[in-house]
Design a protein around this ligand. Structure first.
Ligand code: UTP
Length: 235
């Protein structure tokens, strides 16, 4: 099997929010369709996918916090749930995707050089799977990173709290960094559309970030291919 570095095509990194992958609503239909899309695209360019922990991770983190676990222990719960989601997606994709999610960036780089698609979850306490995706995008000199999330892009204000908030179609790294700083505290299970660590890696390497609603697979495909899409582009 040809790996990422041999193909002459830079990989595309996809950060799948756990709250998109496993919602408890129509997952039996969504996941096979997502897998068909990923298997088709991996024939055109290498894909590196991170899976988030979603609601299950946050349920564990909430319970652990109420029982007095440390922030690091809570992060470790989140990492294990994200790895469970990664294994689910990797198993559905099947060979050549390694079923066992890489446990570190170094291991993921090795896997990505051997397979046209890999899926992993979190790696280090204090990070998020968006952070892992950003660091891997930099390390693998990716073409772009697509963040598949529950909202269709970056909004002026949280659209779930304020339905009149408008989407911002284009942003530069510095403008988005300000929004991330205002929204993110750095504790386990925190939620914002993307995170500081991932964004800083992308900004250093000048890799564009596209934020899309992950359940619309036609739009997700356009974003992954680098075509015109509905969502927010940060560059
Ligand atoms: P994520 O925040 O990445 O999953 O991990 P998510 O909430 O599904 O992602 P989005 O927001 O929908 O995209 C869940 C938690 O697991 C821990 C953190 O506590 C994080 O909030 N984690 C995850 C780590 O500590 N390190 C990692 O590398 C990944």
């Amino acid at each position: 099997m040809t790996g990422a570095s041999d193909r002459g095509t830079a990989p595309v990194v996809l950060s799948m929010g756990g709250s998109v992958l496993v919602t408890g609503d129509g997952d039996e239909r969504y996941l096979p369709d997502l897998v068909v899309l990923l298997r088709r695209l991996m024939e055109e360019f290498p894909l590196v996918v991170t899976a988030g922990g979603g609601r299950v991770a946050r349920d564990y983190i909430r319970l652990g916090r109420s029982l007095g676990l440390t922030e690091t222990e809570l992060d470790e719960l989140g990492i294990d749930v994200s790895r469970l989601n990664a294994r689910l997606l990797a198993s559905l994709i099947g060979p050549p995707c390694p079923a066992h999610p890489a446990g570190s960036i170094a291991e993921a780089v090795r896997d990505a050089h051997r397979s046209p698609i890999i899926v992993l979850g979190g790696t280090e306490p204090g990070h998020t799977t968006d952070g892992v995706a950003g660091m891997l995008a930099e390390r693998l000199r990716a073409q772009r990173l697509v963040n598949a999330t529950r909202v269709p892009g970056v909004f002026e204000r949280d659209p779930r709290k304020d339905p009149t908030a408008r989407r911002i179609d284009r942003l530069d790294y510095a403008g988005f960094r300000k929004m991330v700083d205002a929204a993110v505290s750095g504790t386990a299970g925190q939620q914002f559309v993307f995170d500081r660590l991932g964004l800083d890696a992308l900004a250093r390497a000048q890799i564009p970030l596209r934020i899309v609603e992950g359940r619309d697979l036609a739009n997700l495909e356009r974003a992954l291919r680098g075509e015109k899409f509905v969502g927010t582009e940060i560059r």
